[in-house]
Design a protein around this ligand. Structure first.
Ligand code: AMP
Length: 379
């Protein structure tokens, strides 16, 4: 493949913070960035060369957008299949539309993983209340009912503790095609962010330890405090996933680590991931530059991590007492502040993050938490 070189324009479908950080990496290397989404004044649009406002269903607009760039990538995987196909008729799309198709639908994703012999949480397809009753009998309770599509950050999910809750749970997911998953009593959650070049070159950022609150990522620590063998197994599983899906780009595999040390894949994200944000500050090549290199057909960059890191998300809740005290948080010199340029800080909305680098993940975490509490308490 002939590499796409600096000076060329890259198209990003989606316009959130992942596209923003991708655009920063791309513009640093002299590329132009175009973004398409239904929204205006977006996190990506603010740093892109061109922000196109169009619904994803406007296939004419998508085709014309794709004709104006050398390659199309995405930062949001819930792009309709027809949109990816319209882009693919006019420019290379990396990762390919079929990767999106598999990973944007929980049932297709889990079916792909289990057929590939990779370890996934036990699951059943649910298309009616009757299916749900049967699935609950087979898997046992507690379990989690998740909509098959358009679910992220714990949205479209209902935890079921007891059979009396089945009917309410079915209503809770909008009576839509769903997946019932056995509840995993895990020791911890980890993820592996990895990249694969067009020629099959593979790099990864090791195991990252993640803590969620209300289904949303709260904190990530890198490297994860798991045994070498668990970290190695997770990386090998991630390698298999990227190879079997034939990904050109970045993909994150999220895992549960069972109390017996067994790994189960929770889900895949075919793009840079929130748990890999620390790489922006801590690694020689960030996950965003790696996405750029992979989709442009350049050699992948050095993934060396310069220091242990901790990342904490800044959700809209941080604004509950008013504007956070940015000056106080930036006074902690090893903490880096990232804000995504979003204007309305709704509770649960990802507005930015903090990354701390220190001599251990424990110290990095203490620093990032100190910065977080200064932000809120001085507001
Ligand atoms: P998801 O959007 O599917 O990644 O779920 C968000 C978070 O909810 C996960 O990171 C876990 O903390 C929790 N969760 C999801 N599925 C399960 C499960 N089957 N067992 C236990 N916890 C889960």
């Amino acid at each position: 493949m002939k590499p796409i070189l600096p000076g060329c324009a890259i198209g990003v479908l989606g316009s959130g913070q992942l596209g923003r950080m991708f655009a920063m990496a791309a513009r640093r290397m002299g590329y132009r960035v175009h973004t398409l989404s239904p929204d205006q004044d977006t996190p990506t649009g603010q740093v892109a060369d061109l922000e196109v406002n169009a619904p994803y269903e406007d296939l004419e607009a998508v085709a014309s957008f794709a004709r104006g760039v050398s390659v199309v990538t995405f930062e949001f995987e819930n792009i309709p299949a027809a949109t990816a196909a319209a882009a693919e008729r006019n420019a290379p799309v990396r990762p390919a539309g079929r990767v999106l198709h598999t990973t944007q639908h929980r049932l297709r994703e889990k079916t792909f993983l289990s057929r590939a012999g990779l370890p996934v949480t036990s699951f059943r397809r649910v298309a009616s209340l009757e299916d749900l009753r049967e699935a609950a009998r087979e898997l046992g309770l507690p379990a989690i009912l998740k909509t098959a599509d358009f679910g992220y950050d714990g949205k479209g999910q209902v935890r079921i503790a007891d059979t009396s809750e089945l009917a309410r749970a079915w209503q809770g997911v909008g009576e839509r095609e769903s997946v019932l998953e056995a509840f995993v009593d895990f020791e911890c959650e980890i993820s592996v962010v990895a990249a694969r070049g067009a020629d099959g070159e593979f790099v990864h950022y090791g195991a990252i330890e993640n803590r969620h609150r209300n289904g949303i990522l709260n904190t990530s620590l890198a490297p994860a405090r798991v045994s070498k063998s668990i970290a190695r197994d997770a990386v090998e599983i991630a390698r298999e996933v990227l190879e079997k899906l034939d990904v050109t780009g970045v993909l994150c595999v999220e895992f549960f680590v069972g109390r017996d040390g067994r790994l189960l894949i929770n889900e895949l994200a075919p793009r840079p991931h929130n748990s890999g944000h620390f790489t922006f500050d801590a690694n020689v090549t960030s996950q965003f530059e790696q996405q750029l290199r992979a989709v442009c057909g350049l050699p992948l960059g050095d993934v060396t991590q310069c220091a242990p890191a901790a990342m904490a998300n800044l959700l809209g809740d941080v604004w509950s007492n008013g504007e956070p005290d940015w000056a106080a948080a930036t006074a902690i010199s090893n903490v880096k502040l990232h804000l995504y340029g979003k204007t309305s800080p709704r509770p649960g909305r990802k507005m930015g993050h903090l990354t701390a680098l220190a001599s251990s993940v424990e110290e990095a975490e203490a620093d990032v938490q100190r910065a977080l509490s200064t932000l809120v308490n001085n507001a």
